[in-house]
Design a protein around this ligand. Structure first.
Ligand code: UD1
Length: 419
């Protein structure tokens, strides 16, 4: 078990680099399984979810080596093997192996994927994608068994623009001969990054970023090298950390074009935002302003992964804010913890009403999931005294050296083992 110890009240200033995107690196690592050849991925974040994806690749016969932010995968001798719950249980993104496994081997056995407790998170859309392309699925002892021997290219219609189900559809279609169209696709920038990776492997694919994606599948056997996009949620987290401390920071290696839903929120809170090339700057006012109505939406709207961070900021903003969480049905655990620090947040179903208080007071709080944990760290940076965030291992799942980045900006944050 890990915990973060934060001494609040220090203004964050300076420049910091954004790491590669977790939510782009994970599907791309899974898609490397499609390649009967060698894949080199640059700019992969050093996070435990990436380490887990590499372990799963190894269990499927891939050779995997890692040097700093570069991961080398040789999937020539890969084989189909069941991914039991002990492999998939800790990480929701393990469901992203479905498309590549089923596509390459025409068979897949998948334990129930785990991950953050932010809602029911079923996998029915993923199953429907496989079925739309001719696979047969049955559930046995909590495992999903897929038979893809009669699969063929065709049409997939998603009932909701699920990010993961779109990525699985793209990977499946990438290795089915013929043309597949994916309708109702998610439009997140990470989908575009996966498209660019598949293109780099020679797949003919277009449309990512819109709600229709066309794929012409083929057998993939190539040597490919690809750089993962910057992490827009890590970027937003660092901006939130600066904003809550009244700070001024510059992010390098970021991509503001992918942050369309995020940057206007900071502006609404009274921060000055500047963008220039791959740099994003934020200068915070002495006290943030409330945000009367913040709705989480699919891209290009305000992302659900930033919602806990927004809640942390608005807790001490001037005025009353309202957040409506529209993507996940149970994503307000952090509000209970923020209230322990002196916040005044009332939650009812998908709505949180936040009455801004002047200050939060440091105490021991518990991270219920990855982004909730990051939100509590941000709250701790702005609070008086010491905050301890327990269950810090959740934060390590998705942030590479967050404590070091915050310390480089002048924050006092330590990551420690806890019992
Ligand atoms: C991805 C992101 C996650 C982000 C989320 C929404 C990765 C690794 N994770 O998760 O950080 O919060 O997008 O932007 O990229 N749903 C179903 N059935 C399904 C699949 C999803 O009902 O089979 C529901 C989910 O419970 C949720 C909604 O659809 O309410 C959106 O989920 P989805 O877009 O699939 O999120 P993930 O791909 O799991």
């Amino acid at each position: 078990m890990m915990c973060y110890e934060i001494e609040g009240g220090r203004r964050l200033c300076g420049q910091v680099r954004v790491s590669g995107s977790k939510n782009a690196a994970l599907p791309i690592l899974c898609a490397a399984l499609l390649n009967d050849g060698e894949t080199v991925l640059h700019h992969c974040p050093a996070i435990s979810d990436v380490a887990q994806a590499c372990r799963i690749l190894k269990s499927l016969g891939c050779r995997v080596k890692r040097q700093q932010d570069t991961i080398w995968i040789d999937a020539k001798d890969a084989f189909e093997a069941p991914l039991w719950e002990e492999m998939t249980g800790g990480m929701r993104a393990s469901v992203l192996f479905l498309g590549p496994l089923l596509g390459r081997f025409r068979k897949a056995v998948l334990g129930k994927p785990g991950g953050c407790a932010i809602g029911k998170r079923p996998i029915d859309y993923h199953v429907a994608v496989a079925q739309a392309l001719g696979a047969v699925c049955r559930e046995e002892n909590g495992c999903f068994l897929f038979d893809g021997s009669n699969m063929q290219a065709g049409k997939v219609v998603l009932p909701f623009p699920s990010v993961g189900a779109t990525e699985n559809a793209m990977c499946l279609a990438a290795c089915l001969p013929g043309k597949t169209v994916i309708c109702g696709a998610a439009r997140e920038p990470e989908i575009y990054d996966l498209q660019q990776f598949l293109k780099a492997m020679g797949v003919r694919i277009q449309g990512a970023g819109t709600d229709s994606i066309w794929v012409e599948g083929k057998e993939i056997s190539t040597s490919v090298s690809y750089r993962v996009m910057p992490d827009r949620i890590e970027a937003g987290t660092l901006l939130a950390a600066a904003a809550v401390t009244g700070g001024k920071i510059f992010l390098s290696d970021s991509d503001w074009l992918t942050m369309t839903g995020i940057l206007p929120f900071f502006a609404c809170c009274g921060c000055q935002i500047s963008v220039k090339g791959a740099e994003v700057g934020l200068k915070a006012p002495k006290r943030l302003k409330a945000c009367p109505c913040l709705l989480t939406k699919t891209y290009p709207g305000f992302p659900t992964d930033m919602q806990p961070l927004a809640a942390a900021l608005l807790t001490t903003a001037k005025g009353t804010s309202m957040i409506m969480e529209q993507i996940f049905e149970n994503r307000f655990h952090h509000c209970t913890e923020l209230n322990k620090m002196g916040g005044r947040i009332g939650c009812s179903g998908p709505v949180a009403v936040i009455e801004g208080v002047r200050h939060l007071k440091g105490t021991t709080v518990c991270a219920s999931d990855l982004r909730a944990g990051a939100a509590l760290m941000v709250a701790g940076l702005g609070a008086e005294g010491k905050t301890v965030v327990t269950n810090g291992q959740y934060i390590c799942r998705g942030y590479a050296g967050l404590e070091k980045k915050l310390a480089a900006l002048g924050g006092r944050v330590r990551l420690m083992e806890s019992r």
